[in-house]
Design a protein around this ligand. Structure first.
Ligand code: NDP
Length: 479
């Protein structure tokens, strides 16, 4: 494999000739993911259908066991006439553009990503935390202006509007259409010039490659020297995760208003009727999102960034699936949920707290080990190969002690338990709020298999030895 000079922004150098170099820039998909063309077509339909169904104005009758199907399924034209609105398209575009502006103007730490097959490393601006906090502050300011009619740029559109069942469906429909347009543009752009392609998304089948993402690191250079936006990295956390928070917190605000809790708090009283389980889900989701952007640089070594292209899967996953399906719990609790007994919400809260601790502490331990394996916090932990032997495989040394002796992806278990607790806090009245736990279990098992494959290729005999020493994939003693 020949290595080439480092081009700007991942674009190919002007001259390209040798076939050996083509392999580096355009690796071909050898093992299609997700069941290939048919599987990814099915997933495309499922992503669109599930997002539209759980945001439908009559979503609480889902899964439609009463036999009354929504107009989305029986009369799609009527549905589109209602859901396709200027605000449904305009608000997601405005939110995305606002995040892009914040990404460019707020101070950032510049870090280099993992080494690419071409031998170069791309620079990334790490300022997700300040961008997400600033976007939430702007949403709050916009809400205060809207409800006081101080400066009504978008008449009637406040956080109260977002808590209405009919509003979310407009935003979900608009966002999905925008994701289809964006993925199609990305697919077409991947043929212009010579770009570094993603191995999982270069099969030659247009529909499969459109879904998986053909180009590995699509980047846009802004005019006037304003900088570069790495589209996959930018979309991974910021606009979607912050939109999730806004959509999850809007019904909570409605609940606090309805119970007079804010007024009471201003007067130093505690209002009756405030439901702790609603506040608990809101608080945990707030912590989860802020945690993910606080540790934003960790995504630079994830499969999404180093292996996958940016296609419909990540585009719709980041911008539609995350905000509209992850915000189900608070929407459900405020629209239809009934109060939980104290023991039930306290037990669910304990599951969530335990999950968060496992998730965060295990990830911190691995990060610490990667930065400095002799740091006091990890110096005593077992490694493969042992510390007194030099590593023989490419990847170096694996951590086989501490959290990483319990299972090979103990961090996934913690993440799943945290998500499960949000579902448990809705009670047992309706299956739809449990969508997150079900989907996430499937995602994590599939992700674990992909990561296992990647690590086996990278670490070779050391990974095999780690698998023998730590046989459980995710759940200690069970799986
Ligand atoms: P990990 O953070 O666990 O990273 C896996 C990588 O860590 C491996 O590829 C390998 O990379 C390294 N590694 C694995 N085991 C060891 C070991 N024993 N010693 C040293 N290094 C090891 O997984 P992900 O990137 O998949 O996920 C990151 C987080 O994001 C997870 O906590 C996950 O739960 C969460 N997540 C949440 C989603 C959601 O929808 N809420 C979706 C997807 C992920 P290397 O080659 O660098 O050594």
């Amino acid at each position: 494999m020949r290595r080439r000079a480092v081009p700007r922004d991942g674009a190919a150098p002007v001259k390209a000739s040798q076939s050996a170099e083509v392999d580096v820039w355009a690796p071909v998909t050898t093992e299609p993911e997700f069941g290939g063309v048919i599987g990814t077509a099915f997933l495309t339909v499922m992503i669109v259908l599930v997002v539209l169904l759980v945001t439908h104005k009559d979503w609480l009758s889902f899964p439609f066991l009463d036999g009354k199907l929504p107009d989305l399924l029986v009369d799609p034209v009527a549905y589109v006439r209602r859901a396709a609105t200027p605000v449904g398209f305009g608000l997601p575009v405005a939110w995305w553009v606002m995040h892009a502006v914040l990404h460019i103007i707020l101070p950032a730490e510049q870090v280099l990503g993992a080494e690419l097959a071409t031998g170069h490393r791309l620079p990334y601006r790490i300022n997700g935390f300040s961008c997400v906090v600033a976007s939430l502050a702007i949403a709050a300011a916009w809400h205060v202006c809207a409800i006081n009619s101080w400066y009504d740029l978008t008449p009637g559109v406040s956080l109260h509007w977002l808590a209405e069942p009919g509003s979310v469906e407009q935003l979900a429909f608009g966002t999905l259409v925008l994701c289809v347009i964006k993925s199609t543009w990305l697919y077409a752009a991947s043929f212009q010039g010579r770009r570094l392609l993603a191995a999982p998304g270069n099969s030659g089948s247009p529909s499969y490659d459109w879904f998986m993402g053909r180009e590995l690191n699509p980047r846009v250079r802004l005019p006037l020297g304003l900088g570069v936006i790495d589209l996959k990295f930018f979309n991974e956390l910021r606009p979607g995760m912050s939109a999730w928070l806004v959509l999850a917190l809007a019904p909570v605000l409605k609940h606090l208003d309805a119970t007079g809790a804010l007024q009471a708090a201003a007067e130093g009283r505690v209002a009756d009727g405030v439901r702790p389980e609603i506040l608990a889900v809101a608080a945990m989701q707030l912590v989860y999102v802020l945690d993910s952007v606080l540790f934003e640089r960790a995504i630079l070594t994830t499969i999404d960034i180093i292996m996958d292209g940016f296609g419909f899967m990540l585009c719709a996953g980041d911008l539609a699936w995350v905000p509209f399906t992850f915000s189900l719990q608070t929407r459900f609790m405020v629209q239809a949920g009934t109060p939980l007994p104290a023991w039930q919400w306290a037990a669910a809260l304990a599951v969530g707290t335990a999950g968060y601790l496992v998730f965060r502490l295990s990830n911190l331990q691995k990060d610490q080990f990667k930065r400095d394996m002799d740091a006091p916090a990890v110096a005593g932990l077992a490694t493969i190969p042992p510390r007194d032997e030099p590593p023989r495989a490419n990847g170096g040394r694996l951590l086989a002690g501490g959290w990483w002796a319990a299972s090979r992806h103990i961090n996934y278990l913690g993440d799943w338990l945290l998500g499960l607790s949000w579902c448990l806090l809705t009670g047992f009245q309706h299956p739809v709020p449990y969508l997150y736990a079900a989907y996430f279990a499937v995602l994590l098992v599939h992700r674990e298999r992909r990561d296992d494959h990647k690590c086996a290729a990278k670490y070779g005999e050391h990974w095999a030895a780690y698998c023998r020493a730590v046989p459980c994939h995710i759940v200690p003693g069970l799986y």
